[in-house]
Write a protein that binds this ligand. Structure first.
Ligand code: BES
Ligand code: MN
Ligand code: ZN
Length: 497
């Protein structure tokens, strides 16, 4: 997509539509709206005055210029909610809503005045990210009735901004938005197409293009390393498990010696539950059970292209959880890579079995800090719905930094405790069992299980089961995979430089 930044003459931009953020109880006779009100012969003040347009987020309204006025010909009012609560990160949803609307009208180019008072680079980046992610659709496999239009040009207007800052921000937003869409495309892929092997192949290709080191471990290699916990999950599948290892190395590192962040993802390409088979209804949703892994791959793509001065590694355990004569049984015992024995009491609690060996492998490759991401429990959806990702960990300062970074970029994380619940995963016959007691504290039990496989690293676990998929479309985003947590992870890495 073409993009440019301008710092003066917004209403003179040669585009199909001039979009502007409008707040609740906004005044059409002042500042940014005044010029547009004049160009539209008072339509802006008219629709604001009549209450036809209220400035709620998600709302938008198209107005026409008077025939001989301006170059754009159209004004798009985009709701931005309360002015006092408007943050730089909210610019993404405003820009996204504008870009979707413009696309739906079959128009091609858009200029936006986001009316954000925040940092110029961050504002331009948030806007571009919003535009890029707004164009993503789920209809890849449709041969008819496909939404194959998209906008081709985006102009951001920030009064008095430096051209270099605008350019910088737009480039960054494009990288982040493309990386989110890369993750979303993987999460949306059907599991017959995106097998563990195909996931590994697509990651290899991305790594080559983005300049990341990529190693794929085969089942034989995993077996040698003793990853029997991970391998147990795919015993019932015709598809061999694959372990993806990615590494970003900066040209000149500013990291303290020994400091290495690992992003670790659950890549269950499809989760039938295995022998503890899931009910048929809704099982199709389990194609997104590799969202944690796809998030790691997308975040690593963005990191490779943004080139921070600290190294980061990524580990994704890719498996398919199927019932079969060779599959694990409830009551099986396996020995994980770190030597701990695991009693598998429910083959549907498979994500933690994969992560057990994946986090241990990350530490083996030098990680001093680990953030794992997984669609781990249905219980987190009951607890937090789809607004907040569940977060747990063994290091409060790491957990706090993720929560506060999330606030900066507009992503919600809500902490659940681990302390005091440790007995939930103690097994009668082995070191640990892979489920808690009955249905209580299900998300915490998942976190506690993974913690057993962390040795010395600082660690945080993100349960994205409720946030990685959106069941309804939004003004700024289609329904389906969201690409959640990528913005937070990338920002966290940038802040650690
Ligand atoms: N992938 C599921 C978790 C999940 C469920 C994600 C619903 C999104 C929507 C996970 O592998 C799973 O099956 N978890 C079980 C754990 C239980 C057996 C302890 C669950 O949540 O029911
Ligand atoms: Mn499961
Ligand atoms: Zn699962």
């Amino acid at each position: 997509m073409n993009s440019r930044g301008i710092s003066k003459d917004f209403t003179g931009a040669r585009v199909d539509a001039l979009a502007v953020a409008v707040f609740k109880n906004d005044d059409a006779k002042k500042g940014a709206l005044k010029a547009l009100d004049t160009l539209t012969d008072g339509q802006v003040s008219s629709v604001l005055g009549s209450g036809e347009f209220k400035g709620e987020s998600g709302e938008s309204l198209l107005l026409r210029f008077k025939a001989d006025k301006g170059k754009a010909g159209r004004v798009l009012l985009v709701g931005a909610g309360e002015a006092s609560k408007y943050k730089t990160s909210d610019v993404s949803a405003v820009a996204g809503a504008a870009a979707r609307k413009v696309r739906d009208l079959n128009l091609k180019t858009l200029a936006l005045d986001p009316r954000s008072k925040g940092d110029v680079v961050e504002t331009a980046s948030a806007a571009m990210l919003g535009v890029v992610t707004s164009q993503f659709e789920l209809d890849k496999y449709k041969t008819k009735d496909k939404i194959d239009k998209s906008i081709s040009g985006f102009t951001i207007f920030i009064d008095g901004a430096k051209p270099a800052e605008l350019k910088n921000g737009l480039e960054k937003g494009q990288i982040l938005g493309d990386s989110m869409n890369f993750t979303r495309d993987l999460a949306n892929e059907p599991p017959n197409i995106l097998t563990p092997t195909e996931m590994a192949n697509r990651t290899k290709k991305m790594a080559r293009e983005a300049g990341l080191t990529c190693e794929i471990l085969s089942e034989a290699q995993m077996k040698k390393l003793g990853m029997n916990s991970l391998l147990s999950v795919s015993l019932g599948s015709e598809q061999p498990a694959q372990l993806i290892f990615l590494k970003y190395t900066p040209k000149k590192s500013t990291a303290k010696k020994g400091d290495l962040l690992a992003l670790v993802g659950k890549g269950v390409m499809f989760d039938t539950g295995g022998i503890s088979l899931k009910p048929g209804e809704g099982m199709d949703a389990m194609k997104y059970d590799m969202s944690g892994g796809a998030t790691v791959v997308g975040a690593m793509r963005a990191i490779a292209m943004l080139k921070p001065s600290v190294p980061v590694i990524g580990v994704v355990g890719c498996v398919e959880n199927m019932p079969d004569g060779k599959a694990s049984r409830p009551s099986d015992v396996v020995t994980a890579m770190n030597g701990k024995t695991v009693e598998i009491l429910n083959t549907d609690a498979e994500g933690r079995l994969v992560l057990a060996d994946a986090v241990a492998y990350a530490e083996k490759r030098g990680a001093s800090k680990i953030i794992d991401l997984a669609t781990l429990t249905g219980a987190v959806i009951i607890a937090l719905g789809n607004r907040n990702t569940g977060i747990m960990g063994n290091d409060q300062s790491l957990v706090d930094s993720i929560i506060s970074t999330g606030k900066e970029v507009g992503e919600g994380f809500w902490q659940l405790p681990l302390e005091g619940y440790e007995s939930e995963v103690k097994s009668d016959i082995a070191d640990v069992k892979n489920i808690g007691t009955k249905r209580r504290a299900g998300t915490i039990a998942g976190g506690l299980f993974i913690q057993e496989f962390i040795d010395k690293a600082k660690w945080a676990h993100l349960d994205i089961a409720g946030t990685a998929w959106s069941d309804s479309p939004k003004a700024h985003q289609s329904k389906g995979p969201t690409g959640v947590a990528i913005r937070t992870l990338v920002k966290l890495v940038e802040k650690s430089q």
